[in-house]
Design a protein around this ligand. Structure first.
Ligand SMILES: [Fe+2]
Ligand SMILES: [Fe+2]
Length: 294
């Protein structure tokens, strides 16, 4: 049986959390999900994650939490690292950065899954090399984990494509986060790795990547500092559904799943309704791998 994993893109503030809390318990049952991973770097007021945000998302059915450049914005993260083994900080932060680099977990069916994050370096704060960090993380995992998911938290599409192709055949999925805009390029690379440049934002779409338009506009027009409050309008869930072969770790399909308010209301109200996923499933080609020249 293929493993079904839902990856939820950057959850932004209370509108994003609310969408997950409302929809995920229903989605989990209707889609038969084995594991849910969520990027929570913006969950608390748009920056960082707190204990209560974590609890809300965990109770809704999130199994694993990835972070990003905003990982340490709320002090609660230190308590969370001590309390939970379901969060990881980016693997290419400096070596002394607090928090684990990998989440190791078993699905309800007992399949071991490893999850880690690397940050990009283009248009972002300086961090260690994501390629070398990935090699360091993957070395010890190769023995015992077939199913591995990497969150590529980066700004530049080209860098994300580079990283995903570097990881092709070594991870089950390499999914981009951080830009808050879902890309329509979901695919399975020749080595069997599912890839999408960005999973997109779970939060308010009547906004500038989750923040109030008026605040961002004033900042641009006047150069005066502004509070970039989280917006509220048009909340949506943006996620990606993966089917993975648990024996080989290869991706079988990848599909974008975006739900707006009306679809979320319907999934809550109508117990037998399975959302019609608007985007087709991209399925694995049967041709043999031509991943790498040795
Ligand atoms: Fe980010
Ligand atoms: Fe983000």
């Amino acid at each position: 049986m293929p493993l079904k994993i839902l990856f939820i893109g950057d959850v932004v503030g209370s509108p994003g959390r609310k969408v997950v809390v409302q929809s995920l318990p229903h989605l989990r049952a209707r889609l038969g999900l084995d594991l849910v991973i969520c990027n929570a770097e913006n969950a608390a007021g748009g920056s960082g994650v707190t204990l209560s945000c974590y609890d809300d998302l965990r109770d809704a059915g999130v199994d694993v939490f990835t972070l990003g450049d905003h990982a340490y914005r709320k002090d609660d993260i230190h308590d969370l690292f001590g309390r939970s083994d379901r969060l990881c900080r980016p693997a290419n932060f400096p070596p002394d950065a607090p928090g684990p680099e990998i989440v190791r977990i078993k699905t309800t069916g007992g399949v071991p899954v490893a999850v880690f994050t690397v940050l990009g370096r283009v248009f972002m704060n300086p961090v260690d090399c994501p390629l070398r960090a990935s090699d360091r993380i993957l070395g010890p995992l190769a023995e015992s984990y077939k199913v591995i998911v990497c969150d590529i938290h980066a700004e530049a599409t080209s860098e994300k494509q580079l990283l995903a192709r570097y990881l092709d055949g070594r991870v089950s999925a390499a999914l981009g986060t951080h830009t808050h805009v879902a890309t329509a390029d979901e695919q399975i690379l020749s080595g069997g790795t599912a890839f999408q440049t960005d999973v997109g934002m779970t939060g308010p779409y009547d906004s500038v990547i989750g923040r109030r338009f008026d605040r961002v506009l004033t900042s641009n027009q006047t150069a005066l500092p502004q509070h970039f409050d989280v917006a509220t309008g048009d909340p949506r869930l943006s996620s990606t559904l993966l089917e993975i072969d648990p024996e080989s770790g290869r991706a079988l399909s990848i599909r974008r799943v975006m739900l707006d308010k009306h679809q979320i209301d319907r999934i809550v109200r109508q117990a037998d309704w399975i959302p019609e996923l608007p985007c087709p499933s991209f399925e694995s080609a049967t041709s043999p791998s031509n991943r790498r020249e040795s």
